[in-house]
Design a protein around this ligand. Structure first.
Ligand code: G4P
Ligand code: NA
Ligand code: NA
Length: 188
């Protein structure tokens, strides 16, 4: 997606350890016009999939996911990182965060992720794929179907993209970062 790549090259910042900071338009301040174009691109790329629900994980996935849901006229559910006492029929899984070096438990209600659902998962970053793997576990527990996974930015030098594509999952990433070494952003 050309306009996204240009924006990353213009406003993205490179940090130690292969971290790309995009907090002026995705992760802190947000650009809803760009985010809507991102959503429309996801709609195009997944138009042949039979989807009835958008699922994401808080926090940064919510903005793109809700715009995809708006564009597709479908409900959006987000996986929560804190377990509310009042959640009914809770499904949980453990996600390992490499960037924070710890495990955390995430949850979703089986009321909103069911065996009738054909899910499009949307997130901001695909790095090691741990959040995505947690999502797959929750989808399996619910007996739902995974129809596709869409990421705004994939870091090709981490293994998440390979792990998901090796499972024959329909993965779409709108900007693929090849390399961030020497604080230079290289996009495919
Ligand atoms: P993984 O899910 O692909 O395995 O990611 P990893 O454990 O490596 O990263 C954990 C968190 O860091 C995720 O957000 C992920 O989106 C984010 N992340 C990974 N690489 C980058 C990067 O290069 N730049 C930025 N800005 N973020 C990155 P999170 O902390 O779980 O959630 P959120 O609340 O920020 O959405
Ligand atoms: Na994220
Ligand atoms: Na993030």
């Amino acid at each position: 997606m050309e306009i996204l790549k240009e924006r990353i090259l213009q406003d993205g910042k490179c940090f130690e350890g292969g971290i790309l900071k995009v907090d002026s338009f995705i992760n802190h301040q947000m650009d809803p016009m760009l985010m809507y174009q991102i959503a429309e691109e996801f709609v195009t790329r997944f138009k042949n999939e039979n989807i009835n629900k958008i699922v994401t994980i808080e926090a940064s996935g919510i903005a793109p996911a809700i715009l995809v849901g708006y564009a597709m006229q479908l409900p959006v559910v987000f996986v929560k990182k804190k377990q509310p006492k009042t959640m009914e029929n809770m499904l949980t899984t453990t996600v390992h965060s490499f960037t924070k070096d710890r495990d955390y438990t995430v949850c979703i209600s089986n009321n909103f992720l069911t065996s009738d659902d054909r899910v499009l998962f949307i997130d901001d970053f695909l790095a090691n794929g741990n959040a995505a793997m947690g999502m797959i576990d929750l989808i399996n527990q619910a007996g739902a179907t995974l129809s596709g996974m869409g990421f705004i930015i994939e870091k090709a030098f981490q293994e998440g993209g390979k792990i998901l594509r090796d499972k024959d999952i329909h993965v779409e990433s709108l900007a693929i970062i090849e390399d961030l070494s020497n604080c230079e952003i290289k996009i495919r």
